[in-house]
Design a protein around this ligand. Structure first.
Ligand code: ACM
Ligand code: ZN
Length: 562
């Protein structure tokens, strides 16, 4: 049908809908700054067309959107309700075709420089659908909101020939510029395809940063050309602890883990392209000076004692760490970081800094000599010495560092960003001394923690401990105890899902969903006074998105169990 005629026909039908507008309100997560429904509606039909407004970035975005819909909603996808599959495959997928002729447009993507980078508006009226962003990133977040509206509208239109998309005006922008989730493939490995799905999960929640934890005691997961043993030796552990770390009697499984479990340089490029297409920045983490046993097992000269070392087979913290006395350690770290900087375009490199015992340094002549030569008072300052040198090196390459909050103990430069994980206190201290902060407190956003007070009765899988139900995540106040000046240093928030006890991607999804919805709402919205309303929106909007996308999610919050 000629689109003008179609629009005229749609207009005629829509006028009628003005009079009988008793629709269920649309639910959007995170809650936008403005979301006003009106009584008009747009009828999306198989003849509808998507347009991009002349910008290459938006053309690419339209393609990525179509690809995502296809991936999640293609006919035959397991778990989709029949009516929904039909309506999506008959209507939404054919409709998301790209044209560059604005006159044919039903769904228009465009950019408006008057909007902030990640800000967007979504207008749905009988004339069509407009998503406008400050940049392609803003448009992408607008598309995520549109997807939520489409899924709810499609479900309500089951059995009809067109989807009636309710009239809506949305204006939104994120409160925090940094909205992250952390991914740990070191304790248990996850494939590139799983990581891509994880990136889809981030995009769905309008999170813009993937913190990729690539090295740890139990496995080194990034190919470094200059040091091939890191992935030949350091990726593999000879067996894995059974049960809880604290359960000393449970023994080991006797099965080698991790051969070939690393990301090649091509894998990294593939992940970076996939993330960039979805407007997500990737920050790599190379841990130092602790959590380094996999590196030490590959190259024993990196440690104070010279080894031998074994890639760690249990969890917790190792006393074996990088030797800071020997210059060869610095040569190694710089070589590794050269390759990391070569691969990753991000402004930030995460250099770890957490949980590093000093006992080896106390007994190492080279480390003690270094302390004397540099006038360092104690081993915490020795750690600070390493981190400062590495920061300066990264600065020469145009990069800035992020470190876990322990980096405060050895003294940090003005330009280091602190990731506050031992509760919010490290972040508060850092903000008060003028450093930028990302809040990722274990007390609110460690998603490897249990989701209910009684995990055994509620059938939660074995976990590391802790207790962070959905309502707790939602209640986090990133500005607690900070005055106006200090608040500007809080750059954002992040959730961490450590994988000691998470061996499969399904399990990881169970831990992250729906808690990512709370992370998203805390990151985007300032007003979080209505937990019941939030939960109802998650149930109406995100839960079907999870189901239709084939994601595993935890049911507890929806069943009223905390
Ligand atoms: C951490 O959880 N050790 C950062
Ligand atoms: Zn040493």
């Amino acid at each position: 049908m000629d689109p003008k005629l179609l629009n005229a026909a749609v207009a005629a039908v829509s006028v009628l809908s003005l009079c009988s507008c008793r629709q269920t309100p649309v639910s959007i997560v995170p809650q936008p700054v403005v979301a006003e429904e009106n009584c008009s509606s747009f009828r999306l039909s198989p003849d509808s067309l998507l347009v991009y407004s002349g910008d290459e970035a938006l053309l690419d975005l339209a393609g990525v959107w179509a690809e995502t819909l296809e991936k999640h909603y293609a006919p035959g996808t397991v778990g989709l309700p029949d009516g929904f599959t039909r309506i999506v495959s008959d209507i939404v997928l054919p409709a998301v075709r790209v044209t560059d002729d604005p006159r044919k447009a039903d769904v228009v993507l465009s950019m408006d420089p008057a909007l902030a980078e990640e800000e967007y508006t979504l207008e749905i009226s009988r004339r069509g659908i407009n998503v406008t962003g400050g940049t392609a990133r803003g448009v992408w977040w607008g598309i995520q909101t549109l997807d939520q509206v489409l899924v709810q509208s499609a479900s309500a239109s089951s059995g009809k020939a067109k989807i009636r998309v309710r009239g809506l005006h949305v204006q939104d922008k994120p409160h925090f510029a940094y909205r992250g989730a952390h991914f740990d493939p070191c304790r248990h490995f996850f494939t590139v395809d799983e990581l891509k799905t994880f990136i889809d999960m981030l995009a769905l929640h309008k999170l813009n940063t993937l913190h990729w934890h690539l090295t740890d005691d139990q496995g080194w997961r990034l190919e470094i050309e200059k040091y091939p043993l890191l992935t030949e030796v350091g990726a593999v552990r000879k067996e894995t602890k059974i049960g809880l770390y604290s359960d000393k009697d449970a023994g080991y499984d006797g099965t080698p883990y991790g051969e070939g479990c690393y990301y090649s340089r091509d894998d990294v490029r593939e992940v970076l392209e996939y993330a960039s297409d979805r407007q997500i920045t990737v920050i790599p983490e190379i841990e130092m000076p602790g959590h380094a046993v996999a590196a030490l097992s590959s190259y024993p000269w990196l440690g104070c004692t010279g080894g031998p070392y074994e890639t760690r087979t249990t969890w917790g913290i190792s006393e074996d760490v990088f030797c800071i006395g020997k210059e060869t350690t610095f040569r190694f770290l710089k070589d590794v970081l050269d390759e990391v900087c070569d691969l990753f375009p991000s402004e930030y490199i995460h250099i770890g800094g957490d949980e590093c015992p000093s006992v080896r340094w106390e007994n190492c002549p080279a480390c003690q000599r270094r302390m004397k030569e540099e006038g360092l008072q104690d081993e915490r300052q020795l750690q600070g010495y390493l981190l400062h040198r590495i920061e300066q090196y990264l600065n020469t390459k145009g990069k800035k560092i992020i470190g876990w909050d322990e980096i405060l103990e050895g003294g940090i430069s003005r330009t280091a960003t602190v990731m506050s994980w031992r509760g919010p206190q490290g972040g508060i201290d850092a903000a008060r001394q003028g450093n930028d902060v990302i809040m990722t407190p274990n007390t609110y956003f460690y998603l490897d923690y249990y989701q209910t007070a009684d995990p055994e009765t509620n059938g939660e899988p074995l976990g590391i401990g802790g207790y962070v139900p959905l309502s707790k995540c939602y209640s986090f106040d990133p500005y607690d105890r900070l005055d106006e000046d200090e608040r500007k240093h809080i750059k954002g928030i992040q959730a961490n899902t450590w994988t000691e006890y998470i061996a499969t991607f399904n399990h990881m999804q169970h831990m992250d969903l729906p808690r990512f919805a709370a992370l998203s709402e805390v990151a985007w919205s300032e007003d979080r006074s209505d937990y019941a309303g939030f939960l109802a929106r998650v149930e109406a909007s995100m839960k079907p998105m999870y189901e239709y996308s084939g994601y595993i999610y935890a049911p507890y919050a929806f069943e009223g169990i905390e």
